[in-house]
Write a protein that binds this ligand. Sequence first.
Ligand code: SF4
Length: 99
Amino acid sequence: MSDTPETCRPEGGDLAPVIDLAKCEGKADCLRVCPYDVFEVRVATSAERRGIGLLAQLKSMAHGHRKAFVIHADQCHACALCVAACPETAIRLLKARPA
Ligand code: SF4
């Protein structure tokens, strides 16, 4: 974990990132900038790729089907660093669902 950005909320859990898998190209900028280890980047399974549409699946092949996934949504502090860093504008912060 790196220093906490001033824009981060003290308590996590209000908002959480949602990744548009059709847009994500697995460049991992979100992984690098997130101070709270919310993301992982890995090869998407065929089941995960199925819902993104044919064109996006073909595009996905070009980068080995690597994509970002949210693994610790409850740790998000809503600083939006990931939103700003994503070159594909694939990340939005939405109200977190109650557990
Ligand atoms: S807004 Fe993005 S970068 Fe900031 S804590 Fe949440 S997931 Fe991490």
